[in-house]
Write a protein that binds this ligand. Structure first.
Ligand code: COA
Length: 143
C-alpha cells in the first residue's frame, strides 16, 4: 500500500533520484525538503511534491511520480497533500514554474500567471534565477 507522508531527511536520495530521472532540477531542493511530501510505497518512494516557503507565499516544485505509476491519480494526491502541508505552515498562495506540465496543473486549480506577478520573495529562489529557463510557464493558486 502507498501512503502520502511528510518527507524525512532519509528520503532525500530517493527524491533526488526521481527528479533526476524526470529531468527536473535539484537546485535549491534543500530549501523545500522541510515542506515536502512523498508517496511511500511498500519498497520505494513512488512520488514527491515540495514547497519552498517564503512567508505567506510558496513555490510548488519537484512534483514527480515514478514513470510506471503515472496516470493513477498519484500526482493529484501529492499536490493536494503538499497544498495542505503548505497551508498548515501559513502559506496562502502558491506559484510554480514548469516546462513539462503547463496543461496539467490547471486541473488542480492553478491559473497562468506572468513573471511580473510573482512576488519578489520568490523571484530570488534558485528555480527562478538558475534552474528554470525564462520560457518556463508560471502558474498560481490561492489556497
Ligand atoms: C505531471 C505528473 C506529476 C502527473 O502525475 P500523474 O500521477 O501522472 O497525474 P494524475 O494521475 O493525477 O493525472 C493524470 C492525468 O493528467 C494527464 N497528464 C499527466 N501529465 C501531464 C502533463 N505533463 N501535461 C498534461 N497532462 C498530463 C494525464 O494524461 C491524465 O489525464 P486523464 O485523466 O485525462 O487520463 C507526472 O506525469 C510526472 O511526474 N511527470 C514528470 C515530472 C513533471 O513534469 N513534473 C511537473 C513539473 S514540477
Amino acid at each position: 500500500m502507498t501512503t502520502i507522508e511528510l518527507a524525512s531527511d532519509a528520503d532525500r536520495t530517493a527524491i533526488e533520484g526521481l527528479l533526476a530521472g524526470a529531468g527536473l532540477p535539484l537546485d535549491g531542493l534543500e530549501l523545500a525538503l522541510g515542506t515536502a511530501v512523498v508517496a511511500r510505497g511498500p519498497e520505494v518512494i513512488e512520488g514527491c511534491a515540495a514547497v519552498e516557503p517564503y512567508g505567506s507565499y510558496g513555490l510548488l516544485r519537484s512534483v514527480c511520480v515514478a514513470v510506471d505509476l503515472r496516470g493513477t491519480g498519484m500526482g493529484h494526491r501529492l499536490v493536494e497533500a503538499a497544498e495542505k502541508l503548505a497551508a498548515s505552515r501559513g502559506i496562502a498562495e502558491l506559484y510554480l514554474l514548469t516546462e513539462t506540465a503547463e496543461a496539467w496543473f490547471p486541473r488542480l486549480g492553478y491559473l497562468p500567471a506572468t513573471r511580473d506577478q510573482v512576488p519578489a520573495a520568490l523571484t530570488g529562489s534558485p528555480e527562478f534565477t538558475d534552474a528554470c529557463p525564462q520560457s518556463a510557464a508560471v502558474l498560481h493558486k490561492r489556497l
